[in-house]
Design a protein around this ligand. Structure first.
Ligand SMILES: Cc1cc2nc3c(=O)[nH]c(=O)nc-3n(C[C@H](O)[C@H](O)[C@H](O)COP(=O)(O)O)c2cc1C
Ligand SMILES: O=C(O)C(=O)c1ccccc1
Length: 366
């Protein structure tokens, strides 16, 4: 029995506790999973430049965003169907994130209601949406989020179609039993639940319900239907970062969807500098993909991220220990961040800048 000291320590217990096909759904990525690997490798390449005699008796990881204070800049990325791995699902995740003082982004395909999750939360919540053909469903979900006290809408823009996740196809993966996307009318979802050789449940979701015709000018429609800040998730280039700012995004997330969409896409960390450069401080930039330890968060924050989000690690925590496990993952990584900040001679997040990270000789994922 390994002691649980780090976020990664939740991974093996989690794998033992979930069904193999659910494990593959969580861990898997698109096609050859090269971008999954690249996200992790990019952090492994980072080398830090510690400063000394910097007075680090108090180290502060507090950050605020959209008017809300957080104890940590490490939050929980949106992941669908959390009841696949815990009976309480997103309600447990909300409790865990709240206990750690962390942001939790609730997925459109959550398996608990927007309102039940809000009732369990003591921290900031955002609601993630995909661009559905049924815009009335988008509008009503945005309205429900606003009424339930969510702080922002996050529109995921890197899924015009679902990435090909061969593990799920080979497993004939389906979402079933008593797990469902309870915030979306059953009629909208019907096609997603039919079994089909050569496809997977998640691929059928997109084919049946997502609108791949989404273009920049469509964003004004959503903008006009919610007072909440609008965050775009899935930006990897300076060009799109510039367009996001021009079209009124309130924040963007540098993300390749955890390597689950375009296999071969650039690692999130490797895309961060060009995106931050293009945004030029106009709006906050967040990052997800491959953040596993506090030092990873430190590197991303130093390169200009305002917050980082964890996708798979909170699911390991949720599977292994419910709300406590989610809080454990967030606390372990936040504690590592504070520790790394002290040893790097930077006592607050405001002290983190590019001088924390040594320039990479190759400058990318070579
Ligand atoms: C099981 C699983 C389900 C996901 N579901 C969604 C989703 O519904 N919406 C979304 O925008 N991103 C989704 N993502 C992507 C995550 O939000 C995030 O971008 C990614 O997991 C970050 O990478 P990491 O897992 O390496 O931390 C999902 C990721 C996983 C692993
Ligand atoms: O976005 C994802 O990665 C994902 O796995 C998913 C699954 C079901 C519905 C929507 C997204």
């Amino acid at each position: 029995m390994t002691q649980i000291l780090t976020a990664a320590d939740y991974r093996n217990p989690a794998q033992r506790l979930v069904e193999p096909d659910v494990w593959d759904f969580i861990e898997g990525g698109a096609e050859d999973e090269r971008t999954v690997a690249a996200n992790l490798r990019a952090f492994d390449r980072v080398r830090l430049r510690p400063r000394v005699l910097a007075g680090v008796s108090e180290v502060d990881t507090a950050v605020s965003l959209f008017g809300r204070d957080y104890a940590t800049p490490i939050g929980v990325a949106p992941t669908a169907y959390q009841r696949l791995i815990d009976a309480d699902g997103e309600v447990a995740t909300a409790k865990g994130a709240g206990a750690a003082g962390a942001l939790f982004v609730v997925a459109m395909f959550a398996s608990r209601t927007i309102e039940d999750i809000a009732a369990a939360s003591s921290s900031g919540l955002w609601l993630q949406l995909y661009w559905l053909r049924r815009r009335d469903v988008l509008q009503s979900m945005a309205e429900r989020a606003e009424a339930a006290g969510y702080d922002a809408i996050m529109l995921t823009v890197d899924v015009p179609r679902m990435g090909r996740r061969w593990r799920d196809v080979r497993n004939g993966f389906t979402i079933g039993g008593d797990v469902a996307a309870v915030n979306i009318e059953a009629g909208v979802m019907a096609a997603a639940h039919e079994r089909d050789e050569g496809s997977s449940a998640v691929a059928r979701h997109t084919a049946a319900t997502f609108d791949p015709g989404l273009v920049w000018s469509d964003l004004a429609w959503l903008r006009g239907r919610t007072r909440l800040p609008l965050v775009l998730k899935g930006i990897l280039t300076a060009e799109d970062a510039t367009l996001a700012v021009a079209h009124g995004a309130d924040a963007i997330v540098v993300s390749n969807h955890g390597g689950r969409q375009l296999d071969g896409a650039v690692a999130s960390l490797d895309a961060l500098a060009e995106v931050v450069g293009a945004v030029g401080g106009a709006i906050p930039v967040l990052l997800d993909g491959g953040v596993r330890r506090g030092a990873d968060a430190l590197a991303a924050l130093a390169l200009g991220a305002h917050m980082v989000l964890l996708g798979r690690p909170p699911l390991w925590g949720l599977a292994a220990g419910g709300a406590e496990g989610v809080a454990g993952v967030l606390r372990a990584t936040t504690d590592e961040l504070a520790h790394a900040m002290a040893l790097a001679g930077r006592a607050s997040l405001a002290d983190l800048d590019r001088t924390v990270v040594r320039n990479q000789p190759t400058g990318g994922d070579a």
